[in-house]
Design a protein around this ligand. Structure first.
Ligand SMILES: NC(=O)c1ccc[n+]([C@@H]2O[C@H](COP(=O)([O-])OP(=O)(O)OC[C@H]3O[C@@H](n4cnc5c(N)ncnc54)[C@H](O)[C@@H]3O)[C@@H](O)[C@H]2O)c1
Length: 283
């Protein structure tokens, strides 16, 4: 998929990864719906982006991703403002501020709601909208923001770690569910009898559907999220530049072979794909 002339909805777009990605996509000719709780920063970013292009390329919508109606409204905004919807970035995220067993305010529930439940819902709503608008020549894509804490535990934050493992699991399994639930892509009788369950059709099926779901899994980067854990993050000495994380997003959007894949961003290494591209992997 080329990014030029596509329309993206980005949650958590007022700061950090979301803000940088909005700038990157607009820089490559896309239009963006900026969805976030933070009105001031989000509106400011929309103004900045529109000014930079001397035309309307960005719109801000106040959105709490844990509210189904607000998430739907953000997706609808892509159609109503820019006449299309091609890219969904489920990126809003928070991290717990207290240890799990000292968490009297039950903040861990909010971590799971924002980082996992809203990502499942955002993926479902986006795929539903993609299907309703019909297959596009260059397809449609969802990119979720996981973390290396979704591939190996970050002991200081168990709820955060659980949520990111969940995002990785969702992303890796979604394509099978999507294929099996798509009425026009039922396995042939021959493939149903195959004990591997029609795995050979994954590549064709994904291309017929034209919908891909991927995730980025970055190491720590200096954004608002790490404010409360900066000392620990600095001690781990594994931070990555935000720009490298943007390369991972871009790769997963642009390369149509990536579906159900996780792009890992580690310090001092090129971005790499965890798991094989769909063209060579099993269902
Ligand atoms: N910074 C890191 O080190 C790092 C590493 C790996 C993954 N991540 C993930 O990247 C994503 C973006 O985080 P970031 O690092 O840019 O942090 P950030 O704090 O700069 O940005 C997060 C954004 O999400 C928004 N947000 C929070 N709760 C929301 C809600 N309920 N509804 C809508 N918006 C909400 C915030 O207002 C903020 O603008 C998160 O999912 C985070 O877990 C971050």
């Amino acid at each position: 998929m080329r990014i030029e002339n596509k329309v993206a909805v980005i949650t958590g777009a007022s700061s950090g990864f979301g803000k940088n990605l909005a700038k990157r996509l607009v820089g490559k000719g896309a239009k963006v719906v900026l969805a976030d709780l933070n009105i001031k920063e989000g509106e400011q970013l929309a103004q900045e982006l529109n000014k930079s292009k001397s035309t309307k390329v960005a719109v801000f919508i106040q959105c709490n991703v844990t509210d189904d109606r607000q998430l739907r409204a953000a997706i609808d905004k892509a159609q109503s403002e820019f006449g299309g919807f091609d890219i969904m970035i489920n990126n809003a995220g928070i991290i717990e501020k207290r240890h799990l067993f000292a968490d009297e305010t039950e903040n861990w529930k909010a971590v799971l709601d924002v980082n996992l439940t809203a990502v499942v819902n955002g993926t479902r709503l986006a795929v539903d909208a993609f299907r309703r608008q019909g297959k596009k020549p260059e397809g449609s894509v969802v990119v979720n923001t996981a973390s290396i804490a979704g591939l190996g535990p970050f002991a200081m934050a168990p709820a955060y770690t659980a949520s990111k493992y969940g995002v990785v699991g969702l992303t890796q399994t979604f394509r099978r569910d999507l294929i099996l639930s798509h009425e026009t892509i039922q396995p042939t009788e021959e493939k149903k009898r195959d004990p591997r369950g029609g795995e050979n059709s994954a590549y064709e099926a994904i291309h017929e559907l034209g919908i891909r779901v991927n995730a980025v899994a970055p190491a720590w980067a200096i954004t608002g999220l790490v404010d409360g854990i900066r000392e620990t993050v600095d001690k781990m000495a594994i931070t990555v530049p935000v720009e490298r994380v943007m390369e991972a997003f871009e790769m997963l959007i642009e390369n149509d072979d990536y579906c159900g894949n996780i792009a890992v961003v580690l310090q001092n290494k090129p971005v790499y794909i965890h798991g094989m591209p769909v063209s060579t992997s099993k269902l």
